[in-house]
Design a protein around this ligand. Structure first.
Ligand SMILES: CC(C)(COP(=O)(O)OP(=O)(O)OC[C@H]1O[C@@H](n2cnc3c(N)ncnc32)[C@H](O)[C@@H]1OP(=O)(O)O)[C@@H](O)C(=O)NCCC(=O)NCCS
Length: 161
């Protein structure tokens, strides 16, 4: 039953488009199952209404399969979150979302993009490395992990011009 549901959920090619405040609840749900620390529907709704937030989503029908979200300031952007539904991972969806997102940021005049990533997050590090991000800093103890020792955040940067 669970396998059948996973296959059904993963069927069809995702469509990529800009996300809006109407997607807040779906983004919050996917974020909650993808990260230790979730953000509420209200937090997403507020962010998605901000003029300096850019977000893209991947949908199949009405189902959200992935998203990416950045905040812009003074010609730079910070990627705040990216997630792909577990049943969809490993098939290039994050790469497609990131490529579209970076093109949009470049079109808005962003010159440099930053983000933080857990040094133990192999899929995310691979995603960013392949997209041309490079390490520009380290923040030891940045991610609290319940009983486990806190993990180091790598600060990555990619120039768009
Ligand atoms: C990180 C994440 C968004 C990647 O999504 P995805 O759609 O599976 O990524 P892609 O299929 O586009 O793959 C991106 C790269 O990661 C690699 N990758 C995917 N899963 C991997 C794994 N488990 N281990 C190592 N590398 C992996 C892919 O091979 C690909 O590299 P390649 O282009 O050299 O082949 C997804 O794993 C996720 O949502 N994780 C939970 C949330 C998270 O950690 N977000 C990032 C926070 S900074």
């Amino acid at each position: 039953m669970i396998e059948w549901l996973a296959r059904l959920f993963a069927r069809g090619e995702p469509a990529l488009s800009e996300a809006s405040a109407r997607d807040a609840s779906a983004l919050a749900s996917l974020h909650a199952v993808s990260f230790r620390q979730g953000w509420s529907d209200g937090e997403f709704a507020q962010m998605l209404r901000e003029r300096n937030i850019v977000a893209h989503r991947a949908t199949v029908g009405r189902a959200l399969h992935g998203f990416i979200l950045s905040r812009l300031a003074a010609g730079e952007a910070e990627i705040l979150s990216v997630a792909v539904a577990a049943a969809r991972r490993g098939r290039g969806l994050a790469r497609a979302l990131l490529n579209l997102h970076l093109r949009r940021l470049a079109g808005l005049g962003v010159r440099a993009v930053f983000l933080e990533v857990d040094e133990n997050n192999a899929p995310a590090r691979r995603l960013y490395q392949r997209a041309g991000f490079r390490e520009v800093g380290r923040r030891p103890g940045y991610y609290q992990q319940g009983g486990d020792p806190p993990a180091t955040a790598l600060v990555l940067r990619r120039d768009l011009v």
